[in-house]
Design a protein around this ligand. Structure first.
Ligand code: SF4
Length: 204
């Protein structure tokens, strides 16, 4: 049986950017960010086309010292690499994450706990984007080889339909995005964590 070809979300992003460039528009984008290394390439790439505000909403990250370190690193990256980019820090209430993850603690990475975790962060991003009249929202998460862009983009689409805020489809790991994020991490001497964020993904 032949397999259904996967959607190439990089090509969809290319098309969106081309249309925006032809119309002379520079839309506002609320960019959900998980950490400084993943944001580095995405910021380098998208600041040419969008007026970006980074939104750091990650109640999944534990322990709190790790969370605080990731916040300070992303703020430092923005100030050193793209000081015109604005920054909003979301709520940090780990209970939101633990309530959401109840019963899914032993799920493997990329499993159903992760899908709910993406949805939680994308929904909050869309709500903030709507409250502040952003033209688009998206997330840096698709840059990670550990994240399924098919799942991420379909959740983004659902959240977009529910809130009415356009989702910027993307797959930032394409075109060497992940490799470039490693180069930029070295250039800016960024802290690169060895686990995704939640306590369940932390090496024992
Ligand atoms: S592994 Fe990452 S994406 Fe999955 S639940 Fe934990 S923090 Fe969220």
């Amino acid at each position: 049986m032949s397999q259904i070809p996967k959607t190439n979300y990089q090509l969809i992003l290319d098309k969106t950017i081309k249309q925006l460039s032809e119309s002379g528009k520079r839309p506002t984008l609320l960019l959900h960010a998980c950490c400084a290394p993943c944001s580095s390439y995405v910021l380098e790439y998208l600041t040419s086309y969008f007026d970006i505000t980074v939104f750091f909403y990650n109640p999944n990250i534990s322990p709190e010292e790790e969370y605080l370190h990731r916040v300070s690193e992303i703020k430092r990256l923005i100030s050193e690499m793209c000081p015109d980019v604005r920054f909003i820090e979301g709520r940090y209430d780990p209970k939101e994450f633990f309530d959401m993850a109840k019963g899914l603690e032993n799920e493997p990475e990329r499993g159903s706990r992760c899908h709910k975790c993406y949805r939680m962060r994308l929904m909050e991003s869309a709500i903030i984007a709507k409250e502040n009249s952003f033209d688009y929202f998206t997330t840096t998460l698709s840059i990670s080889p550990q994240k399924d862009s098919e799942v991420l983009n379909s959740i983004g689409k659902e959240v977009s339909t529910a809130t009415g805020v356009p989702y910027l489809f993307s797959d930032f790991k394409k075109r060497g995005g992940y490799k470039r994020s490693i180069e930029l991490s070295a250039k800016y001497d960024l802290y690169r964590q060895n686990y995704c964020g939640c306590i369940f993904s932390k090496p024992k």
